[in-house]
Ligand binder design. Structure first.
Ligand code: 5GP
Ligand code: MN
Length: 340
């Protein structure tokens, strides 16, 4: 990964002296969001800074085993602790998101502290705001890999402890679909080798994350694929939907629908997949695609969202029926433009 020497030097300057630091990551934090935050936080603590990691809402239960995750402040449950850390902060590090809107109501809290420096460490396309220092690398397969590269540049790869290696590996593994998506560079595997040298237990990490679901989740998955998947455009586009009532029936816990949207892409001719998940006041849209089909553009154009070329998301503020109608129309329009 080519990091800008100028950004590394700016970062060194900003980190001069003991600082109060807040590390922020996105709503519905995933393995990469918490993995990169925890590892970066530990690196900063080692050199004498005071660090608080904050996420807008709770992480999924299958990440609860991660070392250090209980110190991550969950804004919608511990807003006082978060507010105090934010008010005192000299630096905000924004990890694994490219627009402050991905923080939801936590972004209002941030706007009260105007003096803190802002540093972006992220791998999404098109950062929306200005930052004092920016590490924006869409060619990085995860933010965790980017954090690895920054730690290596500042303090050397040997400074990475087994604890840090474990959470960085979680981020790299989850954001690449266990090393099966894009940007799988030789450098990434060299980084994995360095993490492995710390003695992390890779099969155990895999089991902790991917083989730790509830029975309800397995049954909900079967139901979603069997009963709720529809296809469009000669079987090359799939979509699924889940209402709150359906999720309740299967004892839904946050994170249970993670990964469902990938499954239709196991069908050979499938090019694009979507899932619509009902929340109290909106519907969360998740999109995945293969090859040249660009769901980042699709999410931006039709669902107020974004992400990466082959994995993106957004929101819909109309009913499930209308969301589905809008999606079908959008797919027809996108296909007519030769985009699918
Ligand atoms: P997921 O479908 O796993 O929630 O998200 C896939 C990708 O799309 C992630 O990289 C995520 O950051 C991005 N994404 C998901 N929801 C939104 C959203 O509402 N707005 C934007 N800008 N990006 C999103
Ligand atoms: Mn990520």
């Amino acid at each position: 990964m080519e990091l800008s020497q100028q950004s590394i030097e700016s970062l060194r300057n900003i980190l001069e002296g003991e600082k109060n630091i807040v590390i922020l990551s996105h709503t519905n934090p995933d393995g990469d969001a918490v993995g990169s935050s925890i590892a970066w936080g530990k690196a900063l603590e080692r050199v004498g800074h005071k660090v608080t990691c904050i996420v807008p809402n709770r992480f999924p239960y299958y990440l609860a085993w991660m070392n250090g995750i209980n110190d991550v402040v969950i804004y919608n449950q511990q807003s006082d602790i978060a507010a105090e850390a934010i008010a005192k902060a000299d630096i905000f590090f924004c990890l694994d998101f490219h627009t402050i809107s991905r923080l939801d109501s936590l972004s209002d809290e941030l706007s009260r502290n105007t003096k803190a420096k802002r540093v972006l460490i992220d791998h999404h396309l098109n950062p929306a705001e200005q930052f004092d220092v920016m590490f924006s690398h869409p060619e990085s397969s995860s933010t965790s890999y980017l954090v690895y590269c920054i730690i290596a540049a500042l303090w050397g790869e040997k400074s990475i402890t087994r604890e840090q290696a474990e959470v960085l590996y979680v981020g790299m593994m989850t954001d690449t679909g266990n090393f099966s998506f894009s940007y799988l560079t030789p450098e990434l595997f060299r980084a994995v080798a360095v993490l492995a040298e710390t003695g992390i237990d890779i099969p155990q990490i895999y089991n902790n994350v991917y083989n730790s679901f509830t029975e309800g989740r397995a049954r909900l998955f079967g139901y979603t694929i069997n009963r709720k998947m529809r296809t469009l455009h000669k079987g090359t586009v799939a979509y699924m939907s889940l209402t709150e009532e359906e999720m309740r029936r299967f004892w839904f816990q946050q994170g249970d629908s993670e990964g469902f949207v990938n499954y239709p892409l196991t069908i050979k001719k499938m090019k694009m997949s979507a899932i619509f998940i009902e929340h109290h006041d909106f519907i969360r849209v998740s999109l995945r695609s293969r090859g040249k089909v660009d769901v980042n553009i699709f999410a931006g154009r039709y669902f107020n969202g974004g992400g990466h070329k082959n994995a993106a998301g957004g929101k819909s503020f109309v009913s499930m029926e209308e969301t589905i109608r809008n999606f079908e129309k959008a797919v027809a329009e996108y296909a007519a433009e030769g985009m699918i």
